[in-house]
Design a protein. Structure first.
Length: 263
């Protein structure tokens, strides 16, 4: 009976996360960034419930929530998503699976030796540097097969935004490090999860799917655009995931959270 109750609890939470993720996929909560009058990249928070599903329910449920979210989102909002491509389903599936897998990694004794703060610093520094270098050495950007000139004002704005969000993240990581929290889910760990997903799933894989689907834009241009997007969204996603988890813990209690009840 206890096992059945836990399974029902997991299925209920997974359904709630899926419903929330699909809602965030709607035009009300998704915004397309326009560059040079062209819809270049979509900004949304669809991944948030998928990440939470992985953290709270584990990698298999996280993967399942990601798959169902993308398929339902496509069926309900076809005009927003455009043609279906399995690559975007893979992205959300990996998002949930990676989040859940990280929980098991945290519980390993060897994880305590991992320099999460240093790894975060390296990944964020590389990501920010890639965006800045691309802006400095390129005077044009190709979007949907059309080449546009990057004005000095354009470069200054985006370089400044990269530096600002990079600084916000480093300060957040440093302050969290000084708190020495004992919870499984700490802000620097959440930042690590979000950064890992944004770099290795969204930034590197999405341009491949877009290139396969539309034959444009060129891969490097797609990576650059998503570097900007990632550095804008990483702080927002990290804080939302972290504080939703904290609120859940206060409401349900530490032992009521599924990830905390597993030994």
């Amino acid at each position: 009976m206890k096992s059945n109750h836990k399974n029902i609890q997991k299925l209920t939470l997974a359904s709630m996360f899926t419903a929330l993720a699909v809602m965030l996929a709607s035009p009300i909560f998704s915004y397309m960034i326009m560059l040079f009058g062209v819809p270049a990249v979509r900004v949304d928070l669809i991944a948030l419930p998928v990440i939470l599903a992985g953290l709270i329910l584990g990698p298999i449920y996280g993967l399942s929530v990601g798959i169902v979210t993308d398929v339902l989102g496509f069926l309900l909002f076809t005009h927003l998503f455009g043609p279906y491509h399995y690559g975007f389903t893979i992205n959300l599936a990996l998002t949930g699976f990676i989040s859940g897998g990280f929980i098991y990694l945290i519980k390993q004794e060897s994880f305590k030796k991992m320099p999460i703060v240093f790894i975060n610093f390296i990944l964020l520094s590389i990501t920010t540097a890639v965006g800045i270098i691309y802006l400095l050495i390129n005077d044009t950007l190709t979007i949907n097969g059309v080449t546009h000139t990057l004005s000095p004002l354009f470069k200054i704005f985006f370089i400044s935004s990269l530096i600002i969000f990079y600084s916000i993240l480093l300060i957040s990581i440093w302050l969290t490090r000084k708190k020495h929290e004992q919870d499984l889910i700490q802000l620097d760990r959440v930042i690590f999860i979000v950064v890992f997903i944004e770099i290795f799933v969204v930034t590197l894989l999405t341009p491949i799917w877009v290139l396969d689907l539309y034959q444009a834009p060129p891969y490097l241009a797609g990576v650059f655009i998503r570097v900007i997007r990632s550095m804008w969204l990483i702080p927002i996603k990290s804080y939302i995931v972290y504080y939703i988890y904290k609120v859940s813990k206060m409401i349900l209690g530490q032992q009521s959270l599924i990830i905390s009840s597993k030994k």
